[in-house]
Design a protein. Sequence first.
Length: 316
Amino acid sequence: MPVSSSTDRPVAIIGAGAVGTSLTHRLAACDIDIAGIISSRREPAERLASEVAAPVASTSLSDLPGTARVVFLCVPDDVIPSIAAELAEIPHPWPETIVAHTSGASPSAVLEPLASVGASVVSFHPMQTFPDRNAPEVFDDIYIGVEGEGDAVAYAEALVERLGANPMVLTPAEKTRVHAAAALASNGLAALVAVVRELLGTAGLAANDATRVVQPLIEQTWSNLKDAPPEIALTGPIVRGDIGTVKEHLAALEKSAPHLLPVYAVLAKEQVRVARRADRLTDEQSGAILDIIQAGSTEASVPQAPGMTDVSVTET
């Protein structure tokens, strides 16, 4: 049966980690009734339930409040299918219930066991990083990816707006690409700053000092990007066609941090591509820079990066 898209529906939260806690506080701040908190550990569940006056706090899925008409799964991706299957075995008015998960990578289809018992399912992915377990303000004006069935999508869109955010309705294929972009924007940026700090460390700067040195540069670059597209905001030696400086960079990296040469090379090539889109480099300049980058990043003997010895890569 169709479910109402009204956002005045009691919500149960499964998972009291950073995302679940921040979402719960934001829902409560928007006067949405929190019917219960279920988490793998009792103390976080009880603490969060107490903070939002939820009547149920438990470590058992069987304690899912019967009044809940929305269930959010704020749990790691790899346990969503098993939790969905276990929930589907629990007596509950599922045809009147919307079930959402907050994973960026998984589609709503992983909730199929619940859909098979009548629940409307949707994925609800905040495009945000959650370092703090109690930061409801991180929802201010963010974008939230929504993917799923009609009734659940209508509810999710309305809820996103009630939370003070912006809905972004996606197909499953689009959702995966958006999540990859989000990972680059957040996790990739953190990794890039780590690379910058490491390179500055070879010049004698302590890690904290290195961050302070580049912070104004990063902030101004971001300010430029808010006012202009990357093709226009891009500055520096590559967009100027300064081949001599690029050669010096490669030589310095080969001497002091050769394991960072591939990182520099990839980003330098992307700068050339961005600059070419705006005709800020000629074909001749682009070719010359790319040749130098290719030669400088392949001729050097690139050792294994520090900290990677005996590390094996496994699928997660």
